[in-house]
Design a protein around this ligand. Structure first.
Ligand code: NIG
Ligand code: FE
Length: 409
């Protein structure tokens, strides 16, 4: 195994352990170590040393006094899709709502057609380009959802693309099955029938081919109600999958309450969450995956991040990269928005895009912190401290990105 030493680290900022940070610990649980070095053994972090006590090593990266963190984790993306939706922006600017566009056959249903018409190879190449871009931003793990096929063939096609991206090896991709993303034209007006179809016709095939780790559902007015969402997720659990839920994005219809009740790993969006939803998530140990890029892009309120932190719900921050509500794959931009709009501290934000996001994709044991035994995913930033990292807007400050011990940028 080859050894690699990162020396002259001015500031190493990292969470510790394998469980999400919540409450006051989302801030205080970030450890700041100055003037240190990190030794990597193959794909694993061996140890953190005081800079003067670091062992000799043939392969050395000089961090020149800069900030080092764990590789970022983007725990919510709709990575694989055909087409883009720039034609929707003027509609939105004229006042058309997200659900209005969807109900008129646009939105997700527009991407559905483009995704069904695309070949597996086309989808693979497109998504691969996005992953390269994300890696250049310092993101070393990404969750990716299906949900633009909405039939057996095309949902499996999307999930196979995700599997190929994962197997290609330069990236950690966590697959989520989200056929319950919209009601497809074949089941128009019949969401119950579609959920039954997913549970009995698509899910068993996904399970047979081991194509996902999570099941997700869009629980929202005019999409799937709480009972339909409960059925989808409990079927998923019966197959052994973990669960996520798009909840309370537009209306608080009970998605976040359901998340806590069934012990979902995470609930996402949560712009309109109410106190009952927050309390249920706190009880259920559900992580709040907040998506500030989507609030910005849809011109919506920003989710109440501080309320979640006060209630002891761990917060993760993710892009929601997709062709409609957030066509940006820049997690650093979301960190800046979390600073300005969620009023999270730089330390809370670091936890939100490393350990908490790792736990939101069930990877807390192996990634998300810079500690002995964890996978060697690290970023050397063009920044000296966390304050600067979250202060800059829209730039790419990732200078050197290391994944599994390999320098990938
Ligand atoms: O998380 N809200 C539902 N789904 C996605 C948007 C998908 C799309 O508009 O294509 C989201 O924002
Ligand atoms: Fe989403």
């Amino acid at each position: 195994m080859s050894m690699l030493l990162i020396k002259n680290i001015g500031m190493l900022a990292t969470a510790k352990g394998c469980s999400p940070l919540c409450g006051a610990a989302q801030h205080s649980g970030i450890e700041i170590i100055r003037n240190c070095a990190v030794l990597i053994n193959g794909d694993t972090i061996q140890a953190v040393y005081d800079n003067d006590e670091a062992p000799k090593c043939e392969n050395v990266i000089d961090a020149n006094g800069l900030l080092v963190t764990a590789g970022l984790v983007d725990a919510h993306t709709h990575l694989v899709f055909g087409g883009w939706r720039q034609h929707e922006v003027p509609l939105k600017l004229r006042g058309a709502g997200y659900l209005e566009i969807l109900q008129a056959g646009g939105g997700i249903l527009n991407t559905l057609t483009a995704t069904r018409n695309a070949t597996e190879d086309e989808l693979y190449l497109r998504a691969g380009k996005v992953l390269d871009e994300m890696l250049s931003y310092g993101v070393t793990t990404v969750e990716a959802k299906s949900g633009y096929g909405l039939n057996v063939e095309d949902e499996l096609k999307q999930l196979r693309v995700i599997r190929r991206l994962k197997e290609q090896g330069s990236f950690n991709v966590v697959p989520t099955f989200m056929a319950a993303h919209a009601v497809p034209p074949e089941f128009k007006g019949n969401p119950d029938g579609y959920i039954e179809f997913i549970c009995t016709e698509i899910l068993p095939k996904v399970a047979d081919d081991e194509l996902c780790e999570f099941v997700d559902v869009f629980c929202e007015t005019g999409v799937f109600n709480v009972e339909q969402s409960r059925k989808m997720l409990t079927y998923g659990q019966a197959y052994g999958f973990k669960t996520k839920i798009h909840a309370d994005e537009i209306d608080a219809i009970g998605g976040s309450v359901l998340a806590g009740e069934i012990g979902a790993t995470s609930a996402e969006h949560l712009i309109a969450v109410d106190d009952a939803g927050i309390a249920s998530m706190a009880r259920g140990g559900t992580i709040a995956c907040l998506l500030p890029g989507t609030s910005l892009y849809l011109n919506k309120d920003f989710a109440p991040a501080r309320k979640f932190i006060e209630a002891g719900v761990p917060v993760a921050v993710c892009t929601d990269f997709n062709p409609g509500s957030c066509p940006s794959d820049n997690l650093q931009l979301c960190m800046n928005l979390a600073y300005l709009k969620y009023r999270m501290t730089p330390e809370e934000i670091l936890a939100a895009v490393t350990l908490n996001a790792a736990c939101a994709v069930n990877r807390g044991e192996s990634i998300g912190t810079v500690e002995s035994g964890k996978q060697a995913d690290l970023v050397i930033w063009d920044a000296k401290d966390l304050d600067y990292l979250v202060y800059r807007m829209g730039s790419n400050l990732a200078k050197i990105v290391i994944r599994k011990g390999n320098i990938v940028k």
